[in-house]
Design a protein around this ligand. Structure first.
Ligand SMILES: C[S@@+](CC[C@H](N)C(=O)[O-])C[C@H]1O[C@@H](n2cnc3c(N)ncnc32)[C@H](O)[C@@H]1O
Length: 242
């Protein structure tokens, strides 16, 4: 299952999506941290750290941060773990990985969530922050997550999800669809940064409903599959490898 239908204005077939997404993040990488910092009212670091702690990340854990991007999740995880040496950061974008490498001494892997070049049963905890929409198959991705987690290991997927109500939906569309891309262009003077945030919105708008994500996690053989919603907007999907 695709996380959203093919967005024909950007790429013509599902096979062409990875290359398009890769270029988008390579070009937007140097703007990413600044843009998400003010775009989420400077709450990103504390939210990521609090959420990791609440969901049980603890010192000694081996963590795989999939779609690490510039390292925003991994940097907060390292504060909890007390070190980055047990963190593996995975992302297909060389541009995003370069920035992450400059922030922490973790292990870095250039690869995609659908095909993780790491051994079975390797990690206690797996995170994916704001990137589920970019994979080409939910099933393949979740099977890989199950494979690389140790028995008893936990996964945590963070997402921004379109609110269900009419007023929430309207405000969501107004902010992420219009205001955020406009301000991104204004502040960065970069079309690449604006395109990245416009695509961010389009994929959130087109994303499959949370029930299908939960269904795909369960179908991959994961247990204790749950979704916690914060402020009607932030989804925290969790599951355990039995
Ligand atoms: C919006 S950024 C999220 C970065 C970071 N996790 C955070 O919390 O801000 C999305 C990231 O997903 C990565 N990505 C895109 N396609 C991917 C795939 N198939 N597998 C893993 N990561 C992917 C992009 O390169 C980009 O770095």
């Amino acid at each position: 299952m695709l996380p959203h239908p093919t967005l024909a204005t950007h790429y013509s077939t599902p096979e062409a999506k990875p290359e398009f997404v890769n270029q988008l993040f390579d070009k937007g990488a140097k703007h990413y941290d600044g843009v998400v910092d003010w775009g989420f009212l400077r709450s990103g670091a504390s939210y990521r750290r609090r959420t990791l702690r609440q969901h049980g990340l603890r010192p000694g854990d081996h963590l795989l941060d999939v779609a690490c991007g510039t390292g925003l999740v991994a940097v907060e995880a390292a504060k909890i773990l007390g070190t980055a040496e047990n963190i593996t950061c995975l992302d297909p974008s060389a541009g995003m990985l370069d920035i992450a490498r400059s922030k922490l001494a973790a292990n870095f892997v250039q690869a995609r969530a659908e095909k993780i070049p790491l051994a079975d049963n390797s990690f206690d905890f797996l995170t994916m922050g704001y990137a589920l929409r970019h994979v080409t198959s939910l099933e393949e991705t979740f099977l890989e997550y199950r494979r690389v987690l140790k028995p008893g290991g936990k996964l945590l997927i963070l997402e921004v999800t379109k609110p269900a109500g009419r007023v929430g939906g309207f405000l969501f569309r107004l902010y992420f669809g219009r205001i955020y891309p406009f301000l991104t262009r204004l502040f960065t003077r970069s079309d690449d940064a604006r395109n990245m945030m416009r695509y961010y919105w389009e994929t959130m708008d087109a994303c499959v409903p949370p029930a299908l994500v939960l269904q795909a996690l369960t179908a991959a053989g994961l247990t204790a599959v749950q979704r916690k919603v914060i402020g009607g907007l932030f989804s925290e999907y969790t599951a355990i490898k039995a």
